[in-house]
Design a protein around this ligand. Structure first.
Ligand code: 4NP
Length: 143
């Protein structure tokens, strides 16, 4: 299973989802590939936001070596499932889809809800981390 986590900047939400799911998948020896990318390119090559790195570290997960990437349409061929954090991410990713098969790979990470962007709200990193962690535990059971 090849999974891609997508948000806007690829420095807050998707690096957390990437780090947490990769960690749980590795612990369970699932052999999954988990990566992330952003629909925007402003932060390409950068480490995740220091607040995201800090909250992950608090729970024993090191995301500091990740580097931000920009989502490109080739990624539809490189991944089996693409999880987006909010509805704008969904629109931006779907706009790059070439075929129905590409669109079918894309879903909201939280299914019925969005992961709020914590970038401008320091206090949101902890609740966002918790939301992501809970969903990752569900994902390894259902994917
Ligand atoms: P992310 O958060 O999409 O969760 O990585 C953001 C990071 C940076 C910006 C927006 C959202 N930005 O506008 O630079």
């Amino acid at each position: 299973m090849r999974i891609l986590m997508v948000c806007l900047g690829n420095i807050c939400r998707s690096p957390l989802a990437h780090g947490v799911l990769a960690h749980i998948a590795a612990t369970n020896e699932l052999g999954w590939t988990v990566h992330s990318a952003g629909t925007g390119d402003w932060h390409v090559g950068q480490s995740p936001d220091r607040r995201a790195v800090a909250v992950a570290k608090k729970y024993g997960i090191d995301i500091s070596r990740q580097r931000a990437r920009h989502f490109i349409s080739d990624f539809f061929d490189e991944y089996d499932r693409i999880f987006v954090m909010d509805r704008q991410n969904m629109k931006d990713v779907l706009r790059l889809a070439k075929r129905e098969e590409d669109r079918d790979k894309v879903s909201l990470f939280l299914e019925e809800d969005i992961v709020p962007d914590p970038y401008y709200d320091e206090d949101m990193f902890e609740p966002v981390y918790k939301m992501i962690e809970k969903r990752c535990h569900d994902l390894i059971k259902t994917l």
